[in-house]
Each structure stands twice: as C-alpha cells, then as structure tokens.
Design a binder for this molecule. Structure first.
Ligand SMILES: [Zn+2]
Length: 107
C-alpha cells in the first residue's frame, strides 16, 4: 500500500476516497480514529491518511485527487447532515445537533 493523501480534515480524506472509488481505485483510510479531537482538526502527527492498495495506480490516484481538490470549492461550503438535515459549517466534521459524522452514511 502507498499513501496518497493526508489531511487534518476527516471529511476531505473521505472525499478523496470517494474520488478514488469512483475511478475504481481501491483505497483505505488509516488513523481516522485519532482524528476529530477538536472540531474535526487532528494534531499534525495524527492526520487521517488515505492509502491506495495498488502501488501502480499511485500516480493516477494523485493526479485524480489533485484535479478534484483544485476544483472542489464545495468542501469549504456548508454541508447538510445526513441524519437530521441540519446545515453544518465546513470546518466541522460532525453535526452539532445529532452527532452524525460527515460521510458516515457512505461507509
Ligand atoms: Zn444532524
């Protein structure tokens, strides 16, 4: 496995994984359990990491992420809670109302 992406924001890592999945690149998120300490921002040494299974697709994965991150302004906009429909500010990865985590329903 090769690390392809890391971010203090769990929702960005989840987004990155969904991009790779959409392109049939198998990936896994590591160290996610260490994140989300304060407002979803993990300390530098505990950032969740996205790893690809197939090292041969690492470069392809990197380019896909680079492209999608660049045009994905939506990540800095509020998201809607899957649990209760509340609008949540982009810096939070968890709903303040019902504790549903961003992207949880996908896993
Ligand atoms: Zn909610």
């Amino acid at each position: 496995m090769r690390k392809v992406y890391s971010s203090p924001k769990t929702n960005l890592v989840h987004f990155a994984k969904s991009v790779l999945e959409a392109n049939n690149i198998e990936s896994v998120i590591l160290r996610e359990q260490l994140a989300g300490v304060v407002g979803g921002i993990a300390p530098l040494d505990a950032w969740p990491e996205l790893w690809v299974h197939d090292a041969e697709r690492l470069e392809e994965a990197r380019q896909l992420l680079e492209a999608s991150m660049a045009k994905s302004e939506t990540l800095d906009k509020p998201w809607q809670c899957q649990g209760c429909g509340e609008k949540i500010e982009a810096q939070f990865t968890q709903c303040w109302k019902c504790d549903t985590e961003f992207g949880l329903s996908e896993s």
